[in-house]
Design a protein. Structure first.
Length: 204
């Protein structure tokens, strides 16, 4: 239904900018976020509205399940949240009033931690963010290429400004669970460096 759904073309400046652009067009009381590599359960929105009413809150965090679950392995990229506290926009629902008070996403975190920043600001403003395990989406499990792994290291540059902005909350709430590089990422990077070093050694 084109009166209820729109495909908006962004400027390619990352998810924070894209979501702010969508917020300019959104007209609902509630704003539900998910990602392009997730599959929401059929009752996702109904469960979210029920959880918001049950919890009497302006924002909830839903569950993110790897999909398909039997595809998860040592060399796969998968995102999961089964206990809350990660605040990924793969599955978050905010009231429009709260997002307006927070003035949307901070576009300085253009490609990483923009969702955590929004949640941290919401909590600092007094919002409670309960975890709703019955509000579920499935996140695609895939095997990243070496090029994608190298590109993912760029996310590291957003951690220092995030830590500076949120101080103690970063160290107590996010640092224990955030993993900008997995052990597999590090193994691949070490292997590439080793290959490069071996090539130079042969040249010498």
């Amino acid at each position: 239904d084109p009166t209820r759904r729109a495909l908006i073309h962004g400027s390619g400046r990352g998810p924070a900018s894209a979501r702010n652009l969508a917020l300019e067009r959104a007209r609902g009381k509630w704003i539900a976020f998910t990602d392009s590599d997730t599959i929401p359960y059929p009752d996702w929105l109904e469960s979210a509205l029920a959880a918001l009413e049950r919890e009497e809150t302006e924002v909830i965090e839903g569950a993110v399940e790897p999909w398909p679950p039997d595809a998860v392995g040592a060399f796969t990229h998968n995102v999961a949240s089964d206990g809350g506290g990660r605040f990924m926009t793969a599955n978050m629902v905010y009231s429009r009033a709260l997002i307006d008070r927070l003035q949307g996403f901070d576009e300085r975190f253009s490609h990483f931690l923009e969702d955590s920043d929004l949640a941290f600001r919401a909590r600092a403003a007094g919002a409670r963010i309960p975890f709703a395990p019955d509000v579920r989406v499935r996140h695609q499990v895939r095997r990243p290429s070496a090029r994608e792994i190298i590109a993912s290291t760029r996310r590291l540059r957003w951690i220092p400004p995030f830590a500076a902005k949120h101080g103690a909350a970063y160290w107590t709430d996010l640092r224990p669970i955030v993993r900008p590089l997995t052990s597999v990422d590090i193994d691949v990077l070490i292997g590439l460096v080793s290959v490069g070093a071996a090539s130079r050694a042969r040249g010498l």
